[in-house]
Design a protein around this ligand. Structure first.
Ligand code: 13P
Length: 254
């Protein structure tokens, strides 16, 4: 049984102070919700303070990135163990903004996912096609490549614990959500491939969440799809009220 997984990706928003204030407000709002996994992904600078503020609550913490090496001369980078020590349990890997703006390839995504697992972090691996790829009817081929190369060398047990985020690039920050049917179709395809390549247990256990203009008014339809197990929320996770609504409605739909 997969309980809904709702994560807020704050991207490059919120100072340490703003992050802590957010958690103080969110805590009472979600204190009785035990049947949704709630995760917040602040900027690196706020991971430690946010993890402190979320201690003894059900709110989990994710970093938005990491480097794959354990340590070394990599100015500006943060290692998996550093992320873990700062209090994160999850880490977003391969977000389309990192692929597009910072040159992350599937091979890099793979190294990061493996390094995260090695440091006892759960990777939230993002995949998804661009608008041009969708229009050329390459969506499934793109997803296949991103899964095959991005999850290369993961064991079935590791894949079972993974979170895969399907984020069609054309739906991110555009207000243009994939329809529930489009999301459902892509998620079913991803689950089918996970079953084929990693086995039934991995496919059944792995959370596949949707990202791209998720709002309180569309979460119900999205999560009603059999293979949509939650959401990775950008803009609507920046306000306590809309984030809480998304958490609450994800639960009512199950
Ligand atoms: P928006 O919800 O702002 O479209 O962002 C989605 C996203 O990129 C989450 O990782």
């Amino acid at each position: 049984m997969r309980i809904p997984f709702i994560a807020g990706n704050w991207k490059m928003y919120k100072t340490v102070h703003e992050a802590v204030e957010f958690v103080k407000e969110l805590r009472p709002a979600v204190k009785d919700i035990t049947d949704v996994e709630i995760v917040l992904a602040p900027a690196f600078t706020a991971v430690h303070a946010l993890a402190d503020a979320a201690r003894n609550t059900k709110i989990g913490v994710a970093a938005q990135n990491l480097h794959w090496e354990r340590e070394g001369a990599f100015t500006g980078e943060v290692s998996p163990a550093m992320v873990r020590e700062a209090g994160a349990e999850y880490v977003i890997v391969g977000h389309s903004e990192r692929r597009r703006l910072f040159g992350e390839t599937d091979a890099i995504v793979n190294r990061k996912a493996l390094a995260a697992i090695d440091a006892r972090l759960t990777p939230i691996v993002c995949i998804g096609e661009t608008l041009e790829e969708r229009e050329r009817e390459e969506t499934f081929a793109v997803l296949d490549r991103q899964i095959k190369d991005g999850l290369d060398r993961l064991t079935a047990e590791q894949t079972a614990e993974l979170v895969v985020a399907y984020e069609p690039v054309w739906a991110i920050g555009t207000g243009r959500t994939a329809t529930a049917a489009q999301a459902g179709e892509a998620h079913a395809h991803i689950r089918k491939r996970l079953r084929q390549w990693f086995g039934g247990d991995a496919a059944d256990h792995c959370h596949i969440i949707y990202g791209g203009s998720v709002k309180p008014d569309n979460i119900r339809d999205l999560i009603a799809e059999a293979d949509v197990d939650g959401a990775l929320v950008g803009g609507a996770s920046l306000e306590v009220r809309s984030f809480t609504e998304i958490v609450t409605r994800s639960r009512a739909a199950v």
